[in-house]
Design a protein around this ligand. Structure first.
Ligand code: HEM
Ligand SMILES: *[C@@H]1O[C@H](CO)[C@@H](O)[C@H](O)[C@H]1NC(C)=O
Ligand SMILES: *[C@@H]1O[C@H](CO)[C@@H](O)[C@H](O)[C@H]1NC(C)=O
Length: 319
């Protein structure tokens, strides 16, 4: 149970690494970066993610979450995918933060598909494939299409010690402090957290709220008591009522006190952020537009260049 408690520490990010990146590292990103090196890149990733999604409904949510966990820690450099033989790597931090293997597999499959095209072989970074897989996860779940900026290089380093992520028990000030370190203001953060329209959470992340957090709807509380009581270690619940659809139901859910994570529900409980939640709950188009801007901004965090990174041949191991 000790390791499960650690699981409460969710995402994270090394603010320092991102903040130290010179702005010029951002300038290199372009939507047509691989136009000559791998002209069919987007179609290849689209088809591969479609296959992964057909195999498991966890693929899309898990791939989108992986993108956040990558970018938030030492920048969008696919360091989250590195497997170190000594076990000291980002993804194994705190009981691996419940990052689901389907997310990793979605990216590895897409990488294999890209490399099966002789023209593209070892030309496209894992960081870019992850960014594209995240976009496909959004679009193929019914969310907005957006052009993905490309040209990231892969990092060579992944350590558990570098992982600093927000926790599910953060209040609004703590959330703002964390996300402002990545360059997001409060409204942008609320739009980005709309990613929780997809997928699920394991009981340890919300069980502590049942019966003790007055902002939780009573009906939800009794439902979750059943879910987690029956299966304390393996139980889970969906983050919103339509976990396979990228829509604004997440925000309407918060209005009803039915948010699963404390860090989500607080966006409605706190008067300072409630207006933005109400706005997105009422206007899916506004949510989509702001999400696209926010996830694009996420993709610029701590981007590495040819001088500071590489094109990894196997996404799990530095070259
Ligand atoms: C305050 C910041 C955040 C916290 C505390 C947080 C926490 C969590 C937790 C605890 C889970 C459940 C994991 C599990 O039990 O499997 C989760 C799932 C998820 N998170 Fe977040 N998260 C945050 C921000 C984000 C952001 C910024 C994104 C993407 C842009 C994101 C995308 C997702 C997705 C898609 C899932 C579902 C994963 C699945 O079903 O496997 N999260 N998050
Ligand atoms: C994380 O750990 C859990 C339990 O130890 C395991 O079931 C799951 O497959 C692990 N995730 C990854 C990505 O290895
Ligand atoms: C937050 O950022 C958005 C998008 O860049 C901008 O439109 C908005 O005015 C900003 N809000 C505040 C309070 O600065």
């Amino acid at each position: 149970m000790a390791s499960r408690k650690l699981g409460l520490f969710v995402a994270a990010a090394v603010v320092s690494a991102a903040a130290l990146m010179p702005p010029s590292a951002v300038a290199q990103l372009r939507t047509d970066y691989y136009a000559s090196a791998c002209p069919n890149l987007e179609n290849i990733v689209r088809g591969s993610v479609r296959q992964s999604m057909a195999q498991s409904q966890i693929s899309a949510p898990a791939a989108l979450r992986l993108f956040f966990h990558d970018c938030a820690v030492t920048g969008c450099d696919a360091s989250i995918m590195i497997v170190n033989s000594n076990g000291d790597d980002e993804w194994r931090h705190s009981d691996n933060q419940s990052l689901k293997r389907e997310g990793f597999l979605t990216v590895l499959s897409a990488k294999a598909a890209v490399d099966s095209d002789p023209q593209c072989r070892n030309k496209v970074s894992c960081a870019d494939i992850l960014a594209l897989a995240a976009r496909e996860s959004v679009v193929q779940s019914g969310g907005p299409y957006y052009q993905v900026e490309l040209g990231r290089y892969d990092g060579r380093v992944s350590t558990r010690g570098s992982v600093v992520l927000p926790h599910v028990n953060f209040n609004l000030d703590q959330l703002n402090a964390f996300f402002s370190g990545l360059g997001f203001n409060q409204t942008e953060m609320i739009a980005l957290l709309g990613a929780h329209t997809l997928g699920a959470a394991d009981c340890p992340f919300f069980q502590y709220r049942i019966g003790s957090d007055p902002s939780m709807d009573q009906g939800l509380a009794s439902q979750l008591r059943g879910t987690c009581g029956a299966n304390p270690s393996g139980g889970f619940a969906f983050l919103d009522p339509s976990p396979g659809a990228f829509d604004n139901a997440f925000y309407r859910n918060l209005q009803g006190g039915r948010g699963l994570l404390g860090s989500d529900q607080v966006l409605y409980s706190d008067q300072r952020s409630r207006g933005a939640v109400d706005g997105y709950a009422a206007n899916q188009g506004a949510f989509f537009a702001d999400f696209v801007a926010a996830v694009t901004k996420l993709g610029r965090v701590g981007v590495k260049t040819a001088a500071t990174g590489e094109i990894r041949r196997d996404c799990r191991f530095p070259n």
